[in-house]
Design a protein around this ligand. Structure first.
Ligand code: SAM
Length: 279
């Protein structure tokens, strides 16, 4: 592939930031050129500028962008990735909600930037398990959204390589997964039915097709955005929290953000905010 001139690099960097919110640090320049190069070879472009113009132009460019964005975003994720958050849901939030005089009959949960679905399925397992062991009577639904169509398709299938299940306890694996072949497992059907995957760019939140949430789980996505954008996204996310609903972030994902409508909850290294009043 040709080397990338500085002005082309800046054009691409700005386009990605404008459309996805992701800020590419200069150390990731070679990642950008390699990813673009591979995709350009696949679709038959030899110049970054021609490919850039193609992306900006018309329907075909829009379709191509959806593939490219998948190559440029980081999809690393795991089942039970952040155990302190899982513990907070099990030991603090669910017991609290279910011991209210009128516990909610339905819990709506949103995994934002869900990648290939491991986070959403983890939440489903936690909610399912709690319902059984604590005899709580609720229905739950999980919305899992991401910008990457390819990741959502993987999530929807719910088939994972056994390597991906290494951190899943045996009992949980036996209970919630069905073996597909020597190396793959699929999430149990009834659990998959509880998770609805939807494409959503967090910069276009007004287009979201769903209502208010009891819990919004947003981890390892904000870190790719600059501080201003993180605040903008969080301010928007909390508009979709039910009163009393909780936004769960990873520790250190935002500093100095504490709107008066929210109460901060610190649970081990989980950072969460409870909505107090109507926003
Ligand atoms: C590193 S993964 C995090 C997955 C999961 N939340 C976890 O913690 O394991 C980050 C995800 O954010 C998604 N993402 C990046 N920019 C986005 C945007 N503007 N709107 C929606 N999702 C985005 C990426 O496609 C990627 O799947």
């Amino acid at each position: 592939m040709p080397s990338m001139e500085d002005d082309h690099y800046l054009e691409w960097k700005l386009l990605i930031e404008e459309r996805t919110g992701m800020v590419l640090p200069d150390e990731r320049r070679s990642f950008l050129t390699t990813s673009l190069g591979i995709r350009m070879r696949e679709v038959g472009f030899r110049s970054y500028r021609d490919y850039y113009n193609f992306i900006l132009d018309g329907h075909e460019g829009t379709v191509e962008w959806t593939t490219l964005v998948d190559r440029l975003t980081v999809h690393e994720t795991r089942f039970f990735r952040h155990m302190s958050s899982v513990k907070m849901i099990r030991e603090l939030l669910l017991p609290e909600w279910m011991s209210q005089d009128e516990p909610p009959k339905t819990l709506n949960i949103w995994s934002v930037g869900c990648s290939t679905g491991e986070e959403a399925y983890t939440l489903a397992m936690v909610l399912d398990e709690f319902r059984e062991t604590d005899y709580a009577d609720y229905y739950y639904g999980i919305t899992a959204s991401d910008i990457s169509i390819a990741s959502l398709a993987t999530g929807r299938k719910g088939v994972f390589h056994s390597r991906k299940l290494q951190c899943v306890e045996d009992a949980v694996r036996r209970k919630y997964f069905v073996r597909v072949d020597d190396t793959h497992f699929q999430v149990r059907d009834d659990l998959r039915k509880r998770v609805c995957f939807a494409q959503l760019n967090v910069l276009e939140m007004e287009r979201r097709p769903f209502g208010k949430m009891h819990m919004i789980f947003c981890q390892n996505m904000l870190i790719y955005f600059d501080c201003e954008r993180r605040v903008e996204i969080l301010d928007n996310l909390v508009k979709y929290l039910e009163p009393g609903g909780v936004l769960i972030l990873g520790a250190g994902e935002i500093l100095g953000w504490n709107p008066p409508t929210l109460e901060k909850i610190l649970f081990n290294d989980t950072l969460a905010f409870r909505r107090l009043t109507a926003v």
